[in-house]
Design a protein around this ligand. Structure first.
Ligand code: NAI
Ligand code: MG
Ligand code: MG
Ligand code: MG
Ligand code: ZN
Length: 437
């Protein structure tokens, strides 16, 4: 027997006996012993698992040994532990394969980021939604703010400071009298101004905000109200040109109005419905409808959860971005997809990444969320780490997906900033550069 073989035999014997000290000492002198295999392809880790030596298994794991290798019977160390009834060792080995990948995930103790559509300047005061008297007094108050929508587009005017920025038109009670009494207007109570609320806790001093959606032809309306105002044409990228304060209010209003426009009839029986709770409920008018017995989510505004994820390469230096066919030329983004019924966020992340790019994902970590009112999604932002790296796009939804280095993404972060600030040169920017350029 050669000196090397003899050393390996002593190492494997120490593992079989569970001699942690001997294992540590031998590894400090000769690290390459760690994953070497002896008879029948058994590694030191498999021998600790066979004989139930928990602490010795931990010594090997803390030295970074490979848990995925198999012996000649195709068993991993975890399989061996389970076979011999050492469930605590099997558990130890279950938690460790992804450990080094989990370390690639960024730390989670960061502050909540200030994301477009997320700012809440209003207190929604849901308890007031069924207080008809109070709502009527707010409707009549000269301080109250009314936002006007037509076909889900808000009435806006160009911003004073920056040409590319647009502002919501905040109308007063006198300007909307006719609309308020029209059967072609839908009203949603959005809440009261939080800042004002802090200064003055008297109920009558509260500045309430309402969204009014009109089916009337906007040309006439605009001429009457404010000739410089206009209904925003396209939600994307139009809504990105709003300030953060305005965008947060629009996220709420547009999502609720979009729900009304798509759920006019009772989803349970197809009957007519009436609007209640200041625009936050639709109740079926058909006596005996099942939706009238108990509480049903079909009566309330719906939100669709969507996972949006940055897939990190196991090398920790690259991430994956993809292009949908419908994206403007040169634009890449994180992969995203609807959460399906009966699915966790983690499972949705793994399934969508696999479907769209063919890449398998290991650890998943939630980062932050964003309201996405086109029409009413909740974007759930995650980081995750890939365990395979070959990309094979689905071709239906995704046209191309690639791994990008940190530098490639950073170079384009300025462009992204430009897009989220509603840069007027957005089209030019997006066309001129891609993360790969
Ligand atoms: N990078 C991205 O893809 C971004 C996506 N979003 C939003 O996320 C949403 C979902 O992302 P996708 O990649 O399109 O999802 P996805 O990857 O799940 O594919 C969308 C397809 O799934 C089907 N589908 C399943 N459930 C659906 C539901 N509840 N509503 C509509 N379609 C459903 C439809 O066939 C649809 O064409 C988009 O509609 C978009 O508004 C927002 C920002 C970025
Ligand atoms: Mg998708
Ligand atoms: Mg999907
Ligand atoms: Mg998909
Ligand atoms: Zn019904």
């Amino acid at each position: 027997m050669s000196v090397r073989d003899e050393l390996l035999q002593r190492f494997l014997d120490a593992a079989s006996r569970g001699d942690e000290e001997a294992l540590s000492l031998m590894l400090s002198q000769s690290r390459e012993l760690l994953d070497q295999r002896g008879e029948q392809g058994w590694s030191a880790l498999m021998l600790t698992a066979r004989n139930g030596h928990y602490d010795a298994a931990r010594v090997l794991l803390s030295n970074g040994c490979d848990t995925s290798v198999t012996n000649r019977s195709g068993q991993t160390a975890r399989d061996v532990a389970l076979f011999w009834g050492h469930r605590h060792i099997a558990r130890l080995l279950t938690s460790s394969p992804g450990h080094h990948l989990r370390q690639l995930l960024p730390s989670t103790d960061t502050e909540e980021p200030d994301i477009h559509f997320n700012r809440e300047i209003l207190d929604r005061m849901s308890d007031r939604r069924s207080d008809g008297e109070w709502l009527a007094s707010r409707r009549a108050s000269p301080e109250t703010v009314f936002l006007l929508f037509h076909a889900l587009s808000p009435l806006v005017r160009s911003g004073a400071e920056r040409e590319e920025q647009i502002k919501l038109c905040k109308l007063r009670s006198a300007a909307v009298q006719e609309l308020l009494t029209s059967s072609r207007t839908l009203e949603v109570f959005l809440g009261v101004d939080k800042q004002q609320q802090q200064q003055d806790d008297d109920d009558d001093g509260m500045v309430a905000w309402f969204a009014l959606s009109t089916e009337d032809d906007p040309t006439q309306l605009l001429k009457d109200k404010d000739p410089s105002s206009f209904f925003l044409q396209e939600a994307m990228p139009g809504l990105l040109r709003l300030s953060d304060d305005d965008a947060g209010v629009v996220a709420q209003a547009r999502s609720v109005l979009a729900w009304h426009s798509r759920y006019r009839f009772c989803p349970t029986c197809g009957g007519d419905t009436k609007v209640e709770e200041a625009g936050y409920k639709r109740t079926c008018l058909r006596a005996g409808c099942r939706s009238l017995q108990g509480v049903h989510n079909t009566c309330y505004p719906r939100v669709d959860p969507v996972v949006i994820m940055l897939v990190l390469h196991p090398d920790g230096k690259q991430c994956m971005l993809g292009r949908k066919k419908i994206f403007p030329p040169g634009m890449f983004s994180c992969l995203a997809g609807f959460v399906e019924p009966g699915e966790t966020l983690e499972a949705a992340v793994r399934r969508e990444v696999q479907e769209e790019s063919g890449v398998q994902v290991g650890p998943v970590q939630y980062l932050s969320s964003q309201a996405w009112p086109m029409p009413s999604c909740l974007m759930i932002g995650c980081h995750c780490v890939a365990v395979t790296t070959d990309i094979k796009v689905d071709q239906n939804e995704i046209e191309e997906a690639r791994w990008f280095t940190r530098q490639q993404v950073c170079r384009n972060a300025a462009l992204h900033q430009c897009l989220s600030n509603g840069c007027s040169a957005v089209n030019g920017c997006r066309q001129n550069e891609s993360p790969n350029s």
